[in-house]
Structure formats: structure tokens, C-alpha cells
Design a binder for this molecule. Structure first.
Ligand SMILES: NC(=O)c1ccc[n+]([C@@H]2O[C@H](COP(=O)([O-])OP(=O)(O)OC[C@H]3O[C@@H](n4cnc5c(N)ncnc54)[C@H](OP(=O)(O)O)[C@@H]3O)[C@@H](O)[C@H]2O)c1
Length: 280
């Protein structure tokens, strides 16, 4: 892996670029175009999922970019309908085939009570053992289920990808990830664009000659949280990547932290589980 001089997080010996590019809701043509563009801009981490229906386009975008595959960290996810042993392995094969390459990370998209975690985690580990992914992890697992899953997993679950932005703090999950030797990846890091109108973020951003999006992404990566913003626009992809030449002060970081109001934008958690209580 060669990610240039952009910041990475080392998790269980795996180097993950702290800034990635998200592809949820990108139609295949946009996904192909934007993934290629993001890689040309300098992103080295791409996030997709089977359910986004754009894995093939993401793979094409990677090849269009001309960036060597080994210089890119690529994540995809197992959809919840594929959590039985056989269905999981079948999707893992299908995803690798659609992408045209073995992903670096394969996540369970949302926790589900049936089949058992034992069956699903066993199959996820087999996917890794069979070379269908280089690493495994979770998405949208509250702390209790995060611990249960790791206890059932032979391999380290290197990240838990969860909703996190200035309006939704995840302190308890960050602590759980640290305890388990894992990391937190923030989805909807820009609160789906809501940060653009925030007066506090504007004040902090303007003090550095930066935009609200840039200040928000900087806050996340300074907290050692992996962030995967999405855009359909090349200019914004460029803007969101331009966050490595400034630093927020301790006071600015605290002002960003204080924006937490426990606001969830996308919640499909099974009623069998409960989110960690927010500090807000
Ligand atoms: N694991 C999960 O369950 C899960 C769930 C949701 C998302 N995700 C992942 O996380 C990625 C990011 O989350 P997201 O797509 O929900 O939301 P996001 O990245 O927080 O926000 C994307 C929205 O913000 C706009 N935007 C982008 N850059 C901006 C900027 N600098 N200033 C203002 N607005 C900006 C985009 O509009 P334009 O396109 O017009 O620029 C788009 O509407 C997804 O693409 C996906 O890969 C994972």
C-alpha cells in the first residue's frame, strides 16, 4: 500500500486512509465517474456496498483512474438478507466479482438477530480465510453487539462504520472501538450537507479560510475518526480532500464537539437492539 503523505490510521497492522470517498446513492454512471475523479484528486479509500447497486461501476472507476489497485483501500458490505452462512459467502464472491478485485474490507451492513451472530461471524471469517476479502468489520453495531461480534470473530473486526457528524456524537462507540482494538468510520460525516448552514462551523471554518465541509472533515480526522464524504460534484470532491494543510485548535475542536444534539439521519436499527446512550 502506498497512500502518499495523507494521514492514515493503523488498525491491527492495517493502514487505512483517514479520508475516504462514499458512494451511497450514486447511480452507476456517477459512481464510475466520481470514483475515477476522486482517485485522480488523491483519495485512496473508497466505500461502497452491495445494496448501493454500484459495485461494478466502482470497480470500473478504479480501473479508469489509472491508480494502481494496491494503492487503494476498498470497502464493501454484506447486505442483511445475506447473513446466513451460504448466502454470505455467495455475496462475498459476487461482490468481489462485480468489483473486479478483492476488497480490502468487508463489513456486515446492519446487525440482525437472525441468523445468529455465531453463524454470520463464522461465515464472515470464512470469507476472509477464503481470500474473498483482506479484512472484516462491522457497520451500525451498538457497543453491546460490537463486543459480542468481536468475541465470536477469530479475526479482528477492524472498523465499525456508524453515523457520526457534528450533530451526532458517538463517544461510547469510540471508547468501545478502542477497547476492542478497532476503529470508527463516520458515515454521513457532513450530516448529508446540513453542516453547510451552521453558523458555529462557519465561524471556525472562516478563521482558517476553509469551508464548513472542510472544517467538519478536519474535526473528524483530527479525532482519528475515518470519514467517507460523498458528492456527485468534482469541485466538492476536490474541496473535501483539501483538509490536510490546517489544524483546528483545542478550543475549536471543543466547539465542534458541543454541536452534538443526538440527531440521527438514517436509522434502520433492528428493534432487538438499542443504540448507545448519547452524551447529548
Ligand atoms: N454503513 C451505512 O449504513 C451507511 C449509511 C449511509 C452512508 N454510508 C456511507 O457514507 C457515505 C457518506 O454519507 P452520505 O452520503 O449519507 O452523506 P454525506 O457525505 O454526509 O453528505 C453527502 C451530501 O452532502 C453534499 N456535500 C458533499 N460535500 C459537501 C460540502 N463540502 N459542502 C456541502 N455539502 C456537501 C452532497 O451533495 P452533492 O452531491 O450535491 O455535492 C450530498 O448531498 C455514503 O456515501 C456511504 O458510502 C454508509
Amino acid at each position: 500500500m502506498a497512500y502518499g503523505d495523507q494521514p492514515t490510521l493503523s488498525v491491527d497492522g492495517v493502514e487505512i486512509p483517514l479520508l475516504g470517498f462514499g458512494t451511497w446513492q450514486l447511480e452507476p454512471s456517477d459512481a464510475r465517474r466520481m470514483v475515477a475523479e476522486a482517485l485522480r484528486i488523491g483519495y485512496r479509500h473508497i466505500d461502497t456496498a452491495w445494496i448501493y447497486k454500484n459495485e461494478k461501476a466502482v470497480g470500473e472507476g478504479i480501473r479508469d483512474s489509472g491508480v494502481p489497485r494496491e494503492d487503494i483501500f476498498l470497502t464493501t458490505k454484506i447486505w442483511v438478507e445475506h447473513f446466513t452462512h451460504d448466502a454470505l459467502l455467495k455475496q462475498a464472491e459476487e461482490s468481489a466479482e462485480s468489483l473486479g478485485t478483492t476488497p480490502d474490507l468487508l463489513l456486515l451492513h446492519w446487525p440482525k438477530p437472525t441468523p445468529t451472530f455465531e453463524e454470520t461471524l463464522g461465515a464472515l471469517n470464512q470469507a476472509k480465510d477464503r481470500g474473498l476479502t483482506r479484512n472484516i468489520g462491522l457497520s451500525n453495531f451498538p457497543s453491546k453487539e460490537f463486543r459480542q461480534a468481536q468475541a465470536l470473530s477469530k479475526a479482528r473486526l477492524i472498523t465499525n462504520q456508524v453515523e457520526h457528524h457534528p450533530y451526532l456524537g458517538v463517544d461510547a462507540l469510540v471508547a468501545t472501538a478502542a477497547e476492542l482494538g478497532a476503529s470508527i468510520t463516520a458515515w454521513s460525516p457532513l450530516a448529508q450537507g446540513k453542516i453547510a448552514d451552521d453558523a458555529t462551523i462557519s465561524e471556525i471554518a472562516q478563521a482558517h479560510g476553509k469551508t464548513n465541509g472542510q472544517a467538519t472533515l478536519r474535526w473528524l480526522i483530527q479525532n482519528r475518526i475515518i470519514a467517507i464524504p460523498r458528492t456527485t460534484k468534482e469541485s466538492r470532491a476536490r474541496e473535501n480532500f483539501d483538509i490536510f494543510d490546517f489544524e483546528l485548535s483545542g478550543e475549536e475542536m471543543q466547539r465542534m464537539d458541543a454541536l452534538d444534539r443526538g440527531e440521527r439521519l438514517g436509522d434502520w436499527l433492528d428493534p432487538a437492539y438499542e443504540w448507545d446512550k448519547s452524551a447529548a
